[in-house]
Design a protein around this ligand. Structure first.
Ligand SMILES: Nc1ncnc2c1ncn2[C@@H]1O[C@H](COP(=O)(O)OP(=O)(O)O)[C@@H](O)[C@H]1O
Ligand SMILES: [Mg+2]
Length: 256
């Protein structure tokens, strides 16, 4: 059976502050797949994530990005979330005065409403929240605190993965490049991702750290360089990159 295509990016070009960063990205994610995007600093990994997230600083030049067959670049940021797209770095904002549990209840019920499902009752929500918080070992006390305010780096990371576990997205895209993941954070991300992983959804991990890929074994590994995916392989590729760095690949690419 043909696998459902969740994300389809073709020849995507985008700029920031007038400078073309993404220079023709081709990238496909089908249901059941976990993809890792790696690459040297400044190659455009976070830019790619930001364009998919709809960050207004980034301008689409040409090419397409479809999520579940719909033009994602044309969707409002709210609709991207409602449609089941989860972008990890999108929610690190602090929301004073709104508790985590209220925030999540709103988010979950808004998504259910969008899908034509009944909202969860308070009791149902509480049960779900407890289950999912346990998965990422998130302290239940955090739920009563305002969203992200005064959270430590580790708590923010747990919180992000908790949100993902609550929303059970169709596609999760996590940019772990700059988060300086310590071993604890690595474990949390890995647990969350491995729990989410199923035949129904897709996961894209942008990561600098091959270490993370010891905990989450990706189906595909891609190397982004100068705004293009210049090489794709499987888990073995990330191990080779760890040993040999990117130079051999870049040389090969530049000589073509
Ligand atoms: N907001 C921005 N303003 C100016 N330049 C940016 C901005 N975001 C990214 N860039 C530039 O785009 C290039 C790619 O950056 P980025 O996507 O962050 O790379 P990576 O995540 O692979 O390290 C870099 O040259 C960076 O300086
Ligand atoms: Mg980055």
């Amino acid at each position: 059976m043909q696998k459902e295509i969740i994300l389809n990016v073709e020849d995507l070009r985008a700029s920031v502050e007038g400078k073309e960063i993404l220079q023709g990205i081709n990238f496909k994610v089908a249901a059941g797949e976990v993809h890792a995007i790696m690459g040297p600093n400044g190659s455009g990994k976070s830019t790619f994530a930001s364009v998919l997230a709809g960050n207004p600083k980034y301008d689409h030049i040409s090419g397409k990005a479809e999520y579940m067959g719909k033009d994602i670049l044309d969707m409002s940021i709210e609709d991207r979330a409602r449609e089941g797209l989860f972008l990890g770095f999108q929610y690190p904002v602090e929301i004073p005065g709104v508790s985590m549990s209220n925030f999540m209840r709103l988010a979950v019920n808004e998504q259910r409403k969008y899908r034509g499902e009944e909202p969860l009752t308070a009791a149902q929500f509480l049960k779900l929240m407890r289950e999912r918080a346990a998965v990422v070992e998130l302290d239940a006390k955090l739920m009563n605190r305002a969203v992200n305010s005064g959270f430590s780096g580790g708590e923010k990371k747990r919180n992000e993965i908790f949100q993902m576990a609550m929303l059970q997205p169709k596609l999760a895209l996590l940019d772990e490049t700059d988060s300086g993941l310590d071993i604890d954070a690595l474990r949390i991300v890995a647990t969350g991702v491995n729990n989410l992983r199923s035949e129904e959804n897709g996961i894209v991990l942008i990561t600098h750290y091959q270490r993370l890929l010891d905990y989450i074994v990706p189906d595909y590994v891609h190397v982004l360089y100068k705004g293009r995916i210049i090489y794709s392989g499987d888990k073995e590729l990330s191990l080779k990159l760890e040993k040999e760095g990117y130079d051999w690949l870049i040389k090969e690419y530049e000589s073509k």
